[in-house]
Each structure stands twice: as structure tokens, then as C-alpha cells.
Unconditional design. Structure first.
Lengths: 315, 285
């Protein structure tokens, strides 16, 4: 039986960030947390409570927050900024570009409420372009973990990585299926299921859906391989190419615009190294809208059934 | 007692360096650089406790952050003249394969630079992050930062201004180069800054004004600012300067904000700025 990735809990990935940050506070006294008036949303309360001196409330001033983080990093601190993904990227792109990325600052940009699953607040807050913006920056590491446990592991891992990181996570409760003791290595994708007929690659929330799709495909006699790309940049080219060389086809799934995200990355490397038929499960160059997370994912083509159907189309 | 005459001579040499650098590159920003030459000289040769052997983290020393990065020529000349790198390297300003980028950067590893600047409005926030880190580390050294006045039109400056007052960053001394000019004309013409003194005061800052093209008044203002450190308030110094100060035909307008002198203009400028410490030599690569 391949399927040992069963949901053993349901928690938000942002809770994994909060738990990881709190643990980091205990482990590393250089870690400093900054927050732009979204303490509860980012689950930073535990850190603030235990380490009030190392928690900096900056108010609704994200541009200033990025500059502060750059200055703290200059002095050897390891700053973690916390706000929504929208305000962590597009709103402050030039601050990140000049003061952090170009200046090589060891800042961890931690971004919650990414994608459609932010839900009812609607398209103003549902950023679907953030991975693209951040992966374009030279030297920026881009990570989008798939569940609570992995987000916690990623939060711990990025503190030990020297350089700017964009850590993307989300708002809704989501199946927790990654074992707590599963190693997390930045830049290394994970093969969650071995298969031979089609490769399903996913990042973030969509990784659970890719597993769901693999289960339904199995019932139809299709043996799918499932890859979790928690790190989008640096991209694990070898894992992808090795898999597609075997299966001959690829479905990529992400809660992001089809332009600029994981699918773009995969398509570029496939075209260069292993040209193969591919389907993309992502938003189709559109903004989102208000609604419940699951309904939005369904409406915008991001359900397990969509991944399933994309795989079948390739067979 | 500081030797005023010697500092003035250093400032004159730095002005020569600025004009020669911008002339050789045939690009760069001489106007604001010349206007701030006295301030940089006072800071780097008298006021700051700093270490030219350069360590990025800068523990236990005063740090300087330049927010209006386009006046890089005056900063590079000040750093070289105070021992951060060889003065001859000034000849590589804005050339390919140089550490002296058009706007200051850490990317090529130039000693003395701690963050890139050029896209305006960001340096004050970075300086505050560094000041906050010093507070966390129990390091009572001073963070100095310079912004342009046109730059105050950027919204991020006022986000930072609120932060500095809220957290009582009293290790921080911000100076505004109040030359009244920007690319498209005077501040008043382009976008009025209004009553800057009242604005900073309303944001909770300790505000002071001085003549920044006079070595005595500059030294006195910076020393007085140092004496106010630790009194629970961030400070802003509104420094009156003239764009192009030291070169008569570059003064009095915004025209020399970002253009280079030709050969004749270079000669005319250098005649007004006698060589005092020895010119850097042109490194012909």
C-alpha cells in the first residue's frame, strides 16, 4: 500500500508558521519578528508573549517594515516579517528588491492568506501573482509548504538558511498529512507516491489535492506519481526530470496564476531537458472573488477532480 | 578642538574628487554631492566613531546610512579619503566591473556600504532597523542617516517617521539635505514640502536647523545632536545647503542635479577647488 499520507488532523498552514516561529524564539535569540497589524492572523501571539523585546509591531506600514527588516539583518538579526501575502509582495516589491534582495539581506518574508483560499475577503486580498514576483528576484528562495507540519518545519529551516526567503502559507484549515518527523530540506522536492503513468506535481494546498487525485486515478487503474514541490526556487530540476522521463507526462497544480508560478518553472525546465505533454491546474490569468475557500477552488478549476481530469487528458 | 581649517581642506579635496569622478564617468549627480561635502567631511573625519576596516554588522561603532543614494560621489570620496578603500578606486566610478556603482550597493562588496539605495524613501526605514538592533544589543552607538528633501515626498519616509517616534529611537540622528531642489525644479515648484519643521515636530521628533555649507556651524550642529542622544526622542536636522556648493556655476538652481561637466567646465570647477590632499590617479584599466 503506497498511501501512508493520510490526513491525521486539520489545521491551517499559518498555525504551523506560528508554532515554528515560537519554537525558533526559544532556539535562536537572533530571531526577531515584525508584524504589520496582523498579529492574530499571522499566529504570532505566542512569540510576542514570550519574547516581547524581539517582537516589533510596525502598524499598517509594510514598506517601512521591509526596510526595518533589512536594517535588523544588517546588524546580524534574523528578522521574520509577518503580513498577508498581498502586502508582503506587490505592495512592497521595490523595498524587497532594493533593500533586501539586491542588498543580500537575511530577511524572512512570511506571508499568510495567499491565494483563493483566503476566501470571503475577495480578490483585493487573494494574491495569485506573488510566487511569480518573488521568484523573479535574484537570490530569493521561494517556499510554499503543503500543510501545517511542513510549514512549521519550513519556518524552522529558513532560520538556518543565510539569505532572503519568501515563505508562503494560507488561511484555511487544511488536512495535515506530512509526518512531523519528515525532514525538510530547502530546494529538495519530495516524492510522496511512486507511479509510472503520469506525474502530478503540486505546491502548497494543492499537494493534498494531488494526492486525492492520485487516489481517484488509482481506482481507474492509473498509476500516478506525486511530487511535492514545497520549494519553488531553487527548483529541484532533477526530481522533476527523472520523474517525467519515466512517466512521460506532467500535470502541475498550484493555487496561483498559471503565469509566473510553479507551472512556469516546470514548463521551462521540461522544454529544456525533457519536452513532454503537460497540463496546468492553476488560475487562468484571472482575479478571484469572494466565497468559501472550497467553493472558490472548485469554481476556478483547482479541485482534485480537475487534477484527475487533466491527468486523464494526457493518457 | 577640531581643526576647522584642516576639515575645510578635506571637504575641498572631496569636492574635487566629486567633480572629477562625475566628469570622467560623464554621468552622475554632482549638485547634491557638492552640497553635502561639508556634512560628510564633518561626519567621517570628526563626528562619527567608525571603523574603516569595515564590518557589515558594525557592532560598537556609529553607522551611517545614505537614503538619497544618487549623491554617491560624495559618499565614495568620503569613504576613500577616510581609509575604507584606495582613493585611486574613485576613478572607476560608474565604470563596468566597478565596486563604485552609480548608486550605492553592497552587491560588489564596497567597504562602507551596508545597504543599496537609490530608489528613494527607503533608507530611513533601514537605518531604524539598524538602530533597533543596537538597542536590542545594548549598544549605545549612534545611527546617522541622510535623506534628500525632495525624497520626503515618498510616503515611506512618513511611515518611518511615525515608527521612530513611537519607539523613541533616540540613538538615531536623521539629517535632511534641505537644498530645496529636485530633478524637475524647486521643491516648491514640483511638490511643496510645506513647513517641514512643523511636520517633523507633529510626528514627534526633535527638530533642529543648521547651515550645512559652513564647517563651523555643521560641526556644532552635529556635536549638539550627539549630546541629545538618549533623551527619548529621535532627532531630525534640517540642513540648509546649496546644490552645487563650492562651484559657482553649479550653484543656485536644480540644473546640476544629475549632469556631468564637460572638459572646460571641469577645469573651471577645479580652479575653484584647490588640490589639498592630492588627487586620486586615474586607473587606466
Amino acid at each position: 500500500m503506497w498511501d501512508h499520507y493520510q490526513a491525521y488532523d486539520k489545521k491551517a498552514t499559518r498555525d504551523g508558521f506560528g508554532a515554528g516561529l515560537h519554537e525558533l524564539g526559544q532556539k535562536n535569540d537572533q530571531v526577531v519578528a515584525l508584524c504589520a497589524d496582523l498579529l492574530g492572523s499571522l499566529k504570532m501571539q505566542a512569540f510576542k508573549k514570550e519574547f516581547p523585546d524581539r517582537f516589533i509591531q510596525v502598524g499598517i506600514a509594510e514598506a517601512n517594515m521591509m526596510g526595518l527588516a533589512a536594517g535588523l539583518a544588517t546588524a546580524g538579526k534574523i528578522p521574520f516579517t509577518g503580513t498577508f501575502a498581498n502586502f508582503s509582495t506587490g505592495r512592497v516589491y521595490d523595498q524587497i528588491r532594493q533593500s533586501i534582495a539586491y542588498s543580500g539581506k537575511n530577511v524572512k518574508i512570511c506571508a499568510s492568506h495567499a491565494g483563493l483560499t483566503l476566501g470571503e475577503d475577495g480578490a483585493t486580498h487573494q494574491i495569485l501573482e506573488d510566487i511569480g514576483m518573488m521568484k523573479m528576484l535574484p537570490g530569493m528562495t521561494v517556499i510554499n509548504p503543503c500543510d501545517y507540519a511542513q510549514t512549521k518545519a519550513a519556518t524552522l529551516a529558513i532560520a538556518d538558511h543565510d539569505g532572503p526567503v519568501y515563505l508562503r502559507f494560507g488561511r484555511p484549515g487544511w488536512p495535515v498529512f506530512i509526518p512531523e518527523d519528515m525532514p525538510f530540506e530547502i530546494g529538495k522536492g519530495q516524492k510522496l507516491k511512486e507511479g509510472k503513468d503520469v506525474t502530478l506535481m503540486a505546491t502548497g494546498h494543492m499537494t493534498w489535492y494531488a494526492l486525492e487525485a492520485a487516489r481517484s486515478l488509482e481506482k481507474e487503474g492509473v498509476d500516478a506519481e506525486v511530487l511535492n514541490f514545497h520549494t519553488i526556487k531553487p527548483f529541484d530540476v532533477d526530481l522533476l526530470i527523472e520523474s517525467v522521463r519515466k512517466t512521460g507526462r506532467l500535470v502541475s497544480a498550484e493555487e496561483h496564476n498559471r503565469f509566473g508560478g510553479l507551472s512556469d518553472m516546470a514548463a521551462q525546465y521540461l522544454a529544456l531537458h525533457q519536452p513532454s505533454p503537460m497540463r496546468i491546474v492553476a488560475t487562468q490569468d484571472t482575479f478571484g472573488e469572494s466565497g468559501k475557500p472550497a467553493d472558490l477552488l472548485e469554481k476556478y478549476g483547482l479541485s482534485p477532480q480537475h487534477i484527475h481530469r487533466a491527468a486523464v487528458e494526457l493518457l | 578642538m577640531p581643526d576647522i581649517q584642516q576639515l575645510e581642506q578635506t571637504a575641498t579635496q572631496i569636492r574635487r574628487d566629486i567633480v572629477r569622478m562625475v566628469h570622467r564617468a560623464q554621468s552622475g549627480h554632482p549638485g547634491g554631492s557638492l552640497g553635502c561635502a561639508d556634512y560628510f567631511t564633518a561626519l567621517y573625519f570628526e563626528i562619527m566613531n567608525h571603523k574603516p576596516e569595515f564590518n557589515m554588522e558594525g557592532h560598537g561603532e556609529d553607522l551611517f546610512f545614505l537614503s538619497n543614494g544618487h549623491i554617491s560621489p560624495v559618499w565614495y570620496a568620503s569613504l576613500a579619503r577616510s581609509g575604507y578603500f584606495d582613493v585611486d578606486e574613485l576613478s572607476s566610478f560608474r565604470m563596468i566591473d566597478s565596486r563604485l556603482q552609480g548608486h550605492p550597493a553592497t552587491h560588489e562588496g564596497l567597504p562602507g556600504i551596508r545597504v543599496a539605495s537609490g530608489s528613494l524613501g527607503q533608507g530611513l526605514s533601514v537605518a531604524m532597523g539598524a538602530a533597533y538592533a543596537k538597542r536590542l544589543n545594548g549598544d549605545d552607538s549612534i545611527i546617522w542617516a541622510l535623506t534628500g528633501d525632495g525624497e520626503l515626498q515618498e510616503g515611506q519616509i512618513w511611515e518611518a517617521a511615525m515608527f521612530g517616534a513611537h519607539y523613541k529611537l533616540d540613538q538615531l540622528i536623521v539629517t535632511v539635505d534641505r537644498n530645496g531642489q529636485q530633478i524637475d525644479g524647486s521643491n516648491d515648484h514640483v511638490m511643496s514640502l510645506g513647513d517641514l519643521e512643523a511636520k517633523w515636530k507633529a510626528f514627534g521628533w526633535s527638530v533642529h536647523t543648521f547651515d550645512g555649507n559652513n564647517m563651523e556651524t555643521t560641526l556644532r550642529a552635529l556635536q549638539e545632536a550627539k549630546s541629545r542622544v538618549g533623551q527619548g526622542q529621535p532627532q531630525v536636522l534640517l540642513m540648509q545647503t546649496e546644490m552645487g556648493a563650492g562651484v559657482d556655476f553649479m550653484m543656485g538652481s536644480h540644473e546640476w542635479h544629475g549632469i556631468a561637466p564637460n572638459d572646460e567646465q571641469l577645469e573651471a570647477a577645479l580652479q575653484q577647488l584647490p588640490e589639498t590632499l592630492g588627487d586620486y590617479s586615474i586607473n587606466k584599466q
